[in-house]
Design a protein around this ligand. Sequence first.
Ligand code: SF4
Length: 388
Amino acid sequence: MPHDPQHDHDRDGAPISRRGFLRTACMVGGGACLAGLGIDKLLTAAQAASPDAGKVAMYWKPLGDGRVKCLLCPRGCITSQGKRGECGARENRGGAYYSLVHGWVSAANVDHVEKKPFFHYLPGSLAFSIATAGCNMHCRDCQNWELSQSRPERVERMPATPADVAILASQQKCGTIAYTYNEPNVFYEYVYECAVAGHKRGVRSVIVSNGYINHDPISRLLPYLDAVKVDLKGFDDGFYRRYTGGTLRPVLDTLLTVRKSGKWLEVVYLVVPTVNDNPRSIDAMCAWVRDNLGRDVPLHFSRFHPDYQLRNLPPTPYSTLEDCWQRARKAGLHYVYLGNVPGSEGEHTYCPGCGKVVIQRTGFTVTANHLKNGRCGYCNKAIPGVWR
Ligand code: SF4
């Protein structure tokens, strides 16, 4: 997906204050990158070289010998003093575990929610999208690898308290904060506090996640989330281990947890040619989604473009995406979409009752919306989603 964050450059290269960050960002109209945000060059060399004091993490336990075990994601990293977990965003300091990315924003944009993608969540609305650095997976096809595979001190970043983020979202006329670009699980405490701060101001929160998180932390966060998008990277554990460094089962468990919570869920499958486009695997995945999440959960097949460690592969052929779309519809899924193919018929929402297009899109833009109070404007069938 075209999720590359746009970085803007501070003209004189000087660090700006938090007030400056707010003032500068708020001068810019919604719907665009926060031009002038000055994401880069905001830190002095000393700041960039050594992360701030960090914040004590919410999910870990001491092992009694100075080492700690992280309980946030299924990796369960065990670290000795001074060492970091696999995501690079958490560190053992003196026998306690710290998040190194709490309160630091490395990318911020105003995006349409369709870019996340959410197609059944406040269509045409804006999301204040923020990222930090690090990831608990190492996908070979990562399309945001500059952020996700970096250490916090190696990317430009600026300080912003959770209250700042909520204020900015609100001032940018964004009804939603989206935690995206890099994996929100690795800045869990920041997501949690921003989501709480947002809710106090009437700003909702959504996460764009790989779903690789333990049951307790996701369950604790869900009450403050309004929608969740999970990337299902493949449907084979061997594939997950080889291409992501993670495993499949915990991702499926997260999908089940989110679905059971009643929070709005959408699933994305990035189709990588010769890697995860096996028709049998696509069929098995669609059947699993239907039987476990239900026919109404939107499933997006996204087009891969060559990036990171898979630059040798071609973009996904349209015929492959079309085949995936047909297979998912044949499996009985009601809302199947194609992503990264602007102008495709697979971008629209079709009413399962009458077959008419109820929401028409081109790329991230909603070009027509025939929903009335969450129902098809033609046949009155209820279309599931968060519509207001
Ligand atoms: S969140 Fe990071 S430190 Fe914690 S278990 Fe996962 S990869 Fe390891």
